[in-house]
Design a protein around this ligand. Structure first.
Ligand code: ZN
Length: 76
């Protein structure tokens, strides 16, 4: 997912924006992230070969989880 809530500053961050901050800034926040849909614990992921993104342990009823989205698409 592209956005996650930082519990440190109570703000939703875009993954690209989050990844552009300096290391100490990221370090303080990367273990304090939550999914905007369900509040599940989220992590920041950045790689050299792919764009930065957030991964989360979603709750079953989370509207942002991949599973929920595929069901949504199926119903349309
Ligand atoms: Zn979620």
């Amino acid at each position: 997912m592209n956005r996650a809530l930082s519990l440190v500053d109570g703000k939703a961050w875009d993954a690209t924006e989050f990844g552009s901050k300096d290391e100490s800034w990221q370090e303080r926040r990367r273990r304090q992230l939550a999914c905007l849909g369900c509040g599940g614990r989220a992590m920041f992921k950045a790689g050299l070969r792919r764009a930065a993104f957030f991964a989360a342990r979603h709750r079953q009823d989370c509207p942002l989880s991949t599973k929920a989205w595929s069901v949504f698409r199926y119903l349309q």
